[in-house]
Design a protein around this ligand. Structure first.
Ligand code: 13P
Length: 239
């Protein structure tokens, strides 16, 4: 299976960037599989409609309930009906800036899987937590993925918080060691084997080496996913 190349636009780009991005993909990456572009929620439908047959659309977040008086939230069903295949859950910015806990994220994971979405569940440690990364990641995995029945649509993204938007990338040895730990933790706790994406300052100049690791099932890209040229270079670097 082709490794996943997942863009996370975060709160960047706007509607005018969508046709430009998708046209570039059409011309330079047609036929490539497992390209997923997570965009701000208001843009999901436009991206999905524009990129049909070229790339998959994803949302960057969703709530865990289907409907009701939750001003400002969007449900997994809404994400799905907008044409997205995928949703990010538990990005470190959601955890750190918006106080999302493993308990809340577990509800989101279960609800999004139930709605038929692929879930990219994000985990990662801060610089202070780095010496104890095993404890931090184990807790995020065991609590965040509790009661998941089928792991078929589950992807995990390991993003060391200290490497996000900083230009600092974990060494290739660190990535291999930590991904292997994450795989073993999921296998021993849930008996499942899921792709583990790496994220944190991934760019065209380092993606080839990262993607060459067997323990890496793909990459989750912030800054370098905003321009289609860089994104496509990363797609092509999966070899
Ligand atoms: P950068 O690629 O900008 O470091 O962001 C990583 C990230 O948070 C992707 O979800």
């Amino acid at each position: 299976m082709d490794k996943f190349i997942v863009a996370n636009w975060k709160m960047n780009n706007d509607f005018s960037d969508i046709p430009v991005f998708v046209d570039y993909l059409k011309e330079n990456a047609s036929g490539e599989k497992n390209m997923i572009v997570c965009v701000p929620s208001v843009m999901v439908k436009t991206f999905a409609d524009t990129a049909t047959g070229i790339a998959e659309a994803g949302a960057e977040n969703c709530y865990y309930l289907e409907k009701g008086a939750y001003t400002g939230e969007i449900s997994p069903q809404m994400v799905k009906s907008a044409g997205a295949t995928t949703v990010l859950v538990g990005h470190s910015e959601r955890r750190q800036l918006f106080g999302e806990t493993n308990e809340l994220l577990n509800k989101k994971v279960l609800a999004a899987l139930d709605a038929g979405l692929k879930v990219i569940y994000c985990i990662g440690e801060t610089l202070e937590e780095k010496p104890n990364y095993q404890e931090v990641l184990r807790k995020e995995l065991v609590e965040g993925l509790a009661n998941v029945k089928s792991f078929e649509n589950l992807i995990v993204a390991y993003e060391p918080i200290w490497a996000i938007g900083t230009g600092k990338v974990a060494t290739i040895e660190d990535i291999d060691e930590i991904h292997t730990f994450v795989k073993e933790t999921i296998s021993s706790n849930f008996g499942a084997n899921v792709p583990i994406l790496y994220g944190g300052s991934v760019k065209p100049s380092n993606s080839g080496e990262i993607l060459s690791l067997d323990s890496v099932g793909g990459v989750l890209i912030g800054g370098a996913s905003l321009k289609a040229e860089d994104y496509v270079k990363i797609v092509k670097s999966r070899g």
